[in-house]
Design a protein around this ligand. Sequence first.
Ligand SMILES: Nc1ncnc2c1ncn2[C@@H]1O[C@H](COP(=O)(O)OP(=O)(O)OP(=O)(O)O)[C@@H](O)[C@H]1O
Length: 501
Amino acid sequence: MVNALRFLRAVLVLPRPVVGGAVSVLTGWWLIRLLWRFKAPVAVVCAGLYAYSAFGWLGVVMLVVALPLLSLTWRAVHPRSHGWFVGRMVARHRLRHVHRPRWAAVIRACELHKTTPTGDTLTPSLDKVSLAPVGDMLHVRLLPGQAPADYARQADDLAHALGVPEVRVASSAPGRVELTLVERNVLAEPVVLDDVPAVTDLRVVRFAIGEDGEWRTRNYANVSAEVGGGVPGSGKTAGETSLACGLIQNPAVQYVVIDGKGGEDWSWIVPRAAAYSAEDEHLDTVLQVVEQVHGLMRHRLKTQKTLRGEANFWNLPLEAQHPVVFLVVDEVQTFTDTKGMDPDTKATAQRITARLSALVKKGRSAGIITRLLTQKPTADAIPTGIRDNASVRTAWRVMSRESAEAILGPVVNDADVSPVDIGEAHRGVAVVATDTGRLERVRFPLVDEHTAQAIATRTTALRRDLTDLGTPAPDTDTEDSEQGDGADQGETEGEAAGVRT
Ligand SMILES: Nc1ncnc2c1ncn2[C@@H]1O[C@H](COP(=O)(O)OP(=O)(O)OP(=O)(O)O)[C@@H](O)[C@H]1O
């Protein structure tokens, strides 16, 4: 009895961890905790032992072959759900075994922890890890009194502590912050497409990949014009080509292309183009095409409400009978920069510029989108009056701040990114404005010329001649035909002969 009392007293004065440890050893709780900690390998060993005991070595071999086979079959049948599942597993693994173990130390090293008056250290909680195309994304719950800006300020320290070249900070919701660990520069590698999906909704048109590896989209509804520029070989034509390849698969889109370079960069689109000109010297031919588009715009502006019920094209259903017209003018400086031209050519060039300017200013509600590209981004090539009316602007690599400003406007002078900083090797990388007006770097995909030609050829049945755009498409119903006839009667300049040089 005395001994028992002595033992009890001894236990009571022992530190609690020692008592807890002893209880754990005596009850076998330590074993359960150990097995739970290594549950995945334990499950694999149990399954192996069961297979061996039930079917011998054949069972073990079947088990080893069956799992990868199941995974491969799943991936072949439904790659999306397979990718999602595997991604989740990898992300969970990285959360538990890579990021959580070092989280508290990283946070303390970067001074993002807080100390309570009682001396306890509070650490923001790392809730989840997801896999972004550039690297892991850490989803963090902020401590009371913290803001995403605190993390943005410490982004460099976080990058060093986490051992990655860059950490990007974004806020997904109040009280939360996402830290993207940038391990790969997705803009450094070309994005080569073997085929381009059809654009079905002009409000969501994929055009390039952003620095986070996600596709960027543009809303072309209610847009009148785009200007784009960059030094020769920076990727303007290739960027436009990839965009056009998706758009021309839509029956409610017609393309008119004027290539001021006079070469064959755009010849791939001939089977699908409503009008095409690669004339760089006899500007009358170019003027003729521009006049037709301008005539169509005026006709739509004058008659659209009467014939179709709405003054704004974008409030009407998008249909092949009344297509959106994309007018692409590549190397526009051939027509807008009149220095050194003889008087006749200069007069024609000025008329072309005046028509383009009118299209840029008024084409939006007529469903005509004018896209002007130049390798000479100066105020002479893209008059500021035109640029300021173009809501979409793209700057591929340029050599000076003046050129950057000629395309993007004065906003580029205060921005973190500039097209002047794009390296020569990074063809297809450009600076564009986001929906919020911020500038960001993107990479346009590259579509091989033969792929583009194959797309244009297979969609040639969707082509309508520019001269027919005031009339209904061949397969329209009676009601539309009546509307189209009316439109045709009202046509003036749009009736001029189509040009395909
Ligand atoms: N997005 C891209 N990814 C990878 N390579 C590209 C990309 N865009 C263009 N290139 C490469 O750069 C070359 C030149 O591109 P492109 O013809 O589009 O330049 P450009 O700016 O239109 O030149 P120019 O003003 O002389 O017509 C292409 O042939 C291709 O090899």
